[in-house]
Ligand binder design. Sequence first.
Ligand SMILES: O=C(O)CCC(=O)C(=O)O
Length: 255
Amino acid sequence: MNLNLTYEQLESYKQTGYLVLRNVFSEQEVRLWQAECDRLQSLEEYVNPLNLRVAFRQIANGEKMIEKFDPLLDVSPVFANLFQDERILAPLRDIYMDEPLLFKDKLIFKLPGNAGYTMHQDAAFWDTFPYEGLISVMVAIDGATKINGGLELFPGYHDKLRQKEPLRNFDAEEIAAIDASKGVIYETNPGDMILFSSLTPHQSGSNTSDSSRRQLFLTYSPTKNGQLYKAHYQHYIRYATRGVDATTLNKSYFK
Ligand SMILES: O=C(O)CCC(=O)C(=O)O
């Protein structure tokens, strides 16, 4: 299989800040991932508010539900095989003209009733790193639609960091600077992928369906920027625990 991007695909990535690749993975691979997500969700040692690896969200009826595993690969042999898969690395290598190194890995469950994410650039959370080189690869585990909160991407706004301050989503003024009519909600099938720059503004809606919308997000950096994985997670833990009181922090763990 030729995994190289075409000139048209490279050009499209440069122009828009993202690239949608369809049917990259097989149905059999997807079934294995779906079973692995179910297994991870049932592990009480991880799915515990004291475990800093797992984040939760409250839904309308007050119930707290798992939002994500972040990171994931060191506790999931099934997904650990994926980050070095040539079907992911080859397109990134074409964009970088360098070898991609993993920067971050997270699994977002978006269970029924879970809220979406307001507009942001991921680079705003990674501004202490060489963020221009960071590209996230969304691997679709479940299908995504408008109804279950598929990703909405805004093409052509990836030339610069558009937020006045880091570590937050866009404020009203920053949202107003983006032409809302340009947003495209990508319906994806299990096994599809979307590559997007850390500077590409994106958002997503709530999951109003009755099934999950699980997606894996693997973020990479070119080798020329060095190994950033461990530094990123030190930075992330400090961010994720901001404002947490000392008693809870002392009890919390990262397993
Ligand atoms: O999973 C989604 O709907 C979007 C997630 C997202 O935007 C993010 O994690 O930066």
